[in-house]
Write a protein that binds this ligand. Structure first.
Ligand code: GAP
Length: 438
């Protein structure tokens, strides 16, 4: 199993993820996505949108504001209930989540310190700020800690605008913020992160079935984007672990380098959110079922996953080190091509003018259909290694024969390293075929 240090180092070296504000010494647990990282995250988000929204008739998309009326967070229970138990070391003043310490630990877990810990107190995870120039109680607002509430407050708007009937869902991708006590493990737990959440509104007595349905759907989706089944598992929440809004909750976990960690939670939120928003806003958020002639507040089943955590999982899952026959070692990211940040690399063998022109024309053409990179620097061997290390499934090499003799390019397969010559006329079809059956 790859170490986290190896992934962090590759991520920086190849431009996936950088430390946030690095030139100022960095900001703890804040990360910036570089050119390849943002492509990777975008392909993951696109794959989620495609399977969750675009290809389904029962789910609509939305993009709601990060800033919301403060009453939203009162009604949702986040002001009173979105807390973690915090303890502080009286000597070194490090802070810890009590529920993450081994039970009955009353001393600082830092062995060099061993100071006494304070009593635990509930710490609210929401970031606060002020709206407008006056900073008083009345101007206080929160940065959203989940994208879900933007969906609940728009339930009625979406249902009316799209003439949807229960059951149906609303999904969105967006930033959330949590003032985590113990962020860490690279991009696994951060204070600013992106979520991909879908709230599925259903009949109360169908919620248990939908809960199972969305667990299966999510497990399949993680495998579609390339995660190995053996590295995924389900873990049901115990009653005292569930979020304040959930009647039932189950995590899909991934085997990260440090152990199993949550990738996604599927919550049965019952009518908690719509009922509370209806009560606090005075707006009727019930649904009238024309067939049964019954009026009820829909229940909600929610598959909620993190985009950044999924990036980390696919990086860990794809990482391989292989010994080559010449005793060299190659590092490769065996991404599923649907999420590879670069799908095709175009590599002219030399900087010769004829080769450059041919390769540039090919690049201009192919980049309209595929995520392409053009690379002319260093030896072809080094360029292959570079493309392996960023997970590019296909390399195309253009040589003198290409322009002087046969109009053929060399196509190299990332995983087998096999090379075939193909006529440039057929190259697009061949790439399409290969990417679909990689
Ligand atoms: N709306 C439900 C909800 O927010 P959650 O389990 O708190 O549920 C859903 O969050 C997903 O968001 C998690 O499974 C995880 O992938 C991601 N996530 C939560 N907190 C995170 C953090 N501090 N850093 C990165 N990702 C986080």
């Amino acid at each position: 199993m790859v170490t986290l240090e190896t992934i962090v180092s590759l991520a920086k070296r190849r431009g996936f993820v950088f430390q946030g504000s690095e030139i100022y010494g960095g900001l703890r647990s804040v990360w910036d996505f570089g050119p390849l990282g943002i492509e990777l995250k975008r392909t993951i988000k696109d794959a989620w949108w495609k399977y969750m929204i675009q290809e389904r008739e029962d789910i609509e998309g939305i993009d709601t504001a990060i800033l919301m009326h403060p009453a939203v967070w009162q009604a949702s229970g986040h002001v009173s209930g979105f807390t973690d138990p915090l303890v502080e070391c009286k000597t070194c003043h490090n802070r810890y989540r009590e529920d993450q310490l081994s039970s009955n630990l009353s001393k600082c877990p830092d062995k060099d310190c061993d100071g006494d810990l304070t009593e635990s107190r509930q710490f609210n995870l929401m970031f606060q700020t002020h709206m407008g120039p006056i900073q008083d109680e009345g101007s206080k607002i929160f940065l959203r800690p989940e994208t879900a509430q933007g969906i609940f407050v728009n339930f009625e708007n979406v249902m009316t605008a799209t003439r949807k009937k229960i059951p149906f869902g609303i999904g969105q991708i967006g930033k959330s913020f949590r003032n985590e006590i113990t962020p860490g493990n690279f991009i696994f737990r951060t204070r600013e992160f992106e979520q991909m959440e879908m709230e599925f509104f259903c009949e109360p007595n169908k919620a248990d079935d939908w809960f199972e349905y969305w667990i299966d759907f999510s497990l399949k989706w993680f495998q579609i984007i390339g995660l190995e089944k053996k590295n995924l598992r389900k873990r049901e929440h115990s009653e005292d672990e569930r979020p304040h809004y959930a009647k039932a909750a189950l995590d899909i976990e991934y085997q990260f380098p440090w152990g199993w960690g949550e990738l996604e939670t599927i919550n049965n939120r019952s009518d908690h959110d719509l009922k509370n928003h209806a009560e606090k806003s005075g707006k009727d958020l019930s649904f009238f079922d024309e067939d049964s002639k019954e009026r009820y507040i829909p229940w909600v089943v929610e598959p909620a996953m993190g985009a950044d955590r999924t990036v980390l999982a696919v990086l860990c899952d794809a990482y391989r080190e292989e010994d080559l026959e010449n005793k060299d070692k190659r590092v490769l990211l065996k991404f599923n091509p649907i999420i590879s940040p670069v799908q095709v690399a175009i590599l002219p063998l030399s900087k010769n003018e004829k080769l450059a022109k041919f390769s540039s024309d090919l690049y201009q053409k192919l980049k309209k259909s595929f995520r392409c990179q053009f690379d002319v620097t260093q030896s072809i061997g080094k360029r292959y290694r570079r493309q392996d290390e960023i997970g590019t499934p296909i390399c195309l090499t253009i040589d003198f024969d290409t322009v002087e003799k046969d109009n053929c390019v060399t196509l190299r397969h990332r995983d087998t390293m096999e090379q075939i010559r193909i006529n440039v006329k057929n190259v697009e079809k061949e790439i399409e075929n290969l990417l679909a059956n990689f």
